[in-house]
Structure formats: C-alpha cells, structure tokens
Design a protein around this ligand. Structure first.
Ligand code: NAD
Length: 289
C-alpha cells in the first residue's frame, strides 16, 4: 500500500508539473484566429475586433464573396485572408486550416460562429430541417473543433476555441426546436472539449447572445419579419422591442458579442474554461413581470 501511495503521489506531481509548463493564453497580437461565418453579422464583428487587437484572422465563410469583402476591409493579406468553406465538409475544413497555416504559420484561436436559423414550430419542422440545422451547427462545429484540436495539439502551444451558441442553448425559445436543440448540442460540446483539451492548454468557452437584430443576417433573412409579426411591431423597430425586454433596456449589437470573445481569449479571463458568457443585456437572468 505504501508503494502504491508513493507512486500515486509521484504520478500526480508529474502531471501537475506538466500542466505548469503549459503556456497560458498568448497576447492577441501574436495570435492567428480562424472565425467561421465571418463574412457577415456577429462573425464579421468578431473578426474586426480580433484584428483591432493585433491578431491575424482567417475569415472563413460559405459565402466566399462576403468573406473576401470582409478580409479586404480588415486590411488584406497582411492581417486577414478569406477562405470559402462549408463547415459540413471535413475536407473543406481541413483545407481552411491548411490555408491558415500557409498564410500565417499556425492557428491558435478558433471561433465556431457559422450558423443558420430554421425557426419553425414542432409540427412544421421536417426531418430535413432538423438534419440541416444540426449538420451546420452541431456537426459543423464538432468538425471544426476537432480540426482545431489536431492543429493546436500538434503545435503544442495551447489555444482557444469559442462557440457562439445562444440563449436558446439553455432556455426554450418559441417555435424553433431544431435551432435550439442544435445550440444545446454546441453548449455541451463546450464542456466536453474543455474537459478533454484542458491538459493541452486549450481552453474552450461559449458565448450566448440574444436578440442581435441589427447587422444579423439571420434576422434579415425572414426570421426578423416573422418575429415582428408575432410581437405586433414594425420590423424596423424589432431591435428596440428586444431591448425593452432586457434588464438593461439596451439593444445587443454584434460588437457586444465580439467584446465577450475578446474578454475570453485576450482579456483577463486567463484561467477560465468550460464557461458560457451570456451577452443578452440580462434576458436570461430574470423574468420581468
Ligand atoms: P449571419 O447570418 O449574419 O451570419 C452567419 C454566417 O454563417 C453567414 O455569413 C453565413 O454565410 C455563414 N454560414 C452559414 N452556413 C454556413 C456553412 N455551412 N459553412 C460556413 N459558413 C456558413 O447571422 P448572425 O446573427 O451573425 O449569427 C452568427 C451566429 O450567432 C450564429 O451561429 C447564430 O446562431 C448565433 N446567434 C445569433 C443571435 C442573434 O441574435 N443574431 C443570437 C444567438 C446566437
């Protein structure tokens, strides 16, 4: 018993020493980020913030034209390159990471932001709706994170993976079972990967936005009009309507989500992993009477 106890103590001392040697998060100015869905909305704002903090960014999006436009806005090939990628394709994801390595020498920050919203009540949601929603958000972010983990563990320098999930990952929203279930899947990926990758110095966190109407392609693509009709407000007033439902009475904009990504990856939250940060002006915190 004494021998096995001695072994146990030595084993854990060694593990502890390994962890101590793991580098902590690096300053953003030395980092290379790959942001999916960065051709529009929240992803674009995240890419802008990361470049403003000095990072190099791969703007990865299914819409290659939008990705190219955003990469150009961000200063072109010195700071940002565009990659056309469908996150449902393992091959295209591998190619996107390869492009990042070729352009900037590695990848140590990945943001799973690409998404669509199929928002229908249960009885109108087809098996195909469910599959498409899960293919892009649940399976897509799993594939992107797996590739990120391959690249980051090979580099041996730690890293960050951030999921842009949603308030709907935790709370039941109206009429969108496929979307909310896929977001809940992403939320659990955050915890699972935080547990599995922590010993490699790779932190995995999530951001849960809500009601980012202005600047969001998801809201512009029909969901906004539908919600406006349900709430009985003009579509152009939907952002203000959402703001009035919040504790802070403030509208949430794409740059507020980008602020949270910065706090988690380049700010002072250096010892945080497996966390979801709400960016919803307080909607998820309390019921309003
Ligand atoms: P958006 O439509 O402006 O951006 C989504 C981007 O993802 C688009 O550029 C689109 O081309 C890209 N995309 C879609 N399918 C893809 C695929 N298969 N491969 C690669 N890229 C793909 O919408 P947004 O509001 O900026 O949403 C960004 C993320 O934030 C989404 O995951 C969304 O679910 C999440 N979110 C948004 C809100 C909100 O209020 N807008 C709230 C919570 C969560």
């Amino acid at each position: 018993i004494e021998e096995s106890e001695k072994f146990r103590i030595e084993y854990w001392a060694l593990e502890e020493a390994k962890l101590q040697r793991m580098p902590g998060p690096k300053p953003l100015a030395t980092r290379v980020a790959l942001v999916t869905g960065a051709g529009s909305g929240i992803g674009r704002a995240i890419a802008q913030r990361l470049v403003a903090e000095g990072a190099c960014v791969v703007v990865a999006d299914l819409d290659g034209e939008n990705a190219a436009r955003v990469a150009e806005e961000l200063g072109g090939s010195d700071k940002a390159v565009a990659v056309t990628v469908d996150v449902t394709s393992e091959e295209q994801i591998a190619d996107a990471f390869q492009a990042a390595v070729l352009a900037f020498g590695g990848v140590d920050l990945v943001v799973n932001n690409a998404g669509i919203s199929i928002s229908k009540p249960l009885l109108e949601t087809s098996a195909g709706d469910w599959d498409l929603q899960h293919d892009i958000m649940a399976r897509g972010s799993f594939l992107v994170s797996r590739e990120a983990a391959r690249v980051m563990t090979a580099q041996g320098l730690g890293g960050d993976i951030v999921y842009i999930a949603s308030k709907n990952a935790v709370f039941a929203g109206p009429d969108n079972i496929a979307y909310s279930a896929a977001k809940a899947d992403q939320a659990h990926q955050v915890r699972l990967l935080a547990a599995e990758l922590g010993a490699h110095g790779i932190r995995v966190n999530g951001v849960n936005p809500d009601g980012v109407v202005r600047g969001s392609g998801i809201f512009a693509g029909g969901w906004g009009a539908e919600r406006a009709a349900v709430y009985g407000v003009p579509e152009e007033k939907l952002g203000e309507f959402y703001a009035q439902r919040t504790l802070l009475k403030r509208e949430v904009l794409p740059e507020h989500v980008a602020n949270a990504v910065f706090a988690l990856t380049g700010g002072d939250l250096t010892h945080t992993t497996g966390l979801h940060v709400p960016v919803d002006a307080g909607v998820a915190a309390a019921f309003l009477r």
